[in-house]
Ligand binder design. Sequence first.
Ligand code: FEO
Length: 169
Amino acid sequence: MLSKTVCSALNKQMNNEMFSAFLYLNMSAAANEMGFKGVANWFSVQYQEEMVHFMKFYAYINSQGAQAIVDKMAKPASSFPSLMNFFQETLKHEQFITKSINELTELAVNEKDHATQIFLQWFVTEQIEEEENDREIIGKLKLIGDNGYGLLMLDNELGTRVFVPPPTA
Ligand code: FEO
């Protein structure tokens, strides 16, 4: 059973995951429009992963006999001036998500809600990978600068990313 406070915080995070999904879907379309098909693919996979995150919260809240509620959300950005900007904004957003997952975990600890703590552990680990991926791409973009061949190679590399649904999704 979830306390009202934990349930409300889980619902809020579920909606944050939905916002993340639509932010990355916008980024995918923007990258496609700029001609970076590989970057568009990378963000399309990112969108699918966020929908998995959203559904994990949705299923967990419902499994606890509470009600998951999809809420109105802020409008995600749709305009990005450079490739570097795509990934800087992504890292910034993921750092915000990490902070909110950490706060949610602290709340579960304070409320002695062990089931929610266990549920959130997957997300704590996932956020390490999310931020690491973004930092790696930002690092490559710094090395490449405005070298067209380098950008093409990176776009090709990002085009190979494949969505792998987790077994529990
Ligand atoms: Fe669901 Fe990218 O955090």
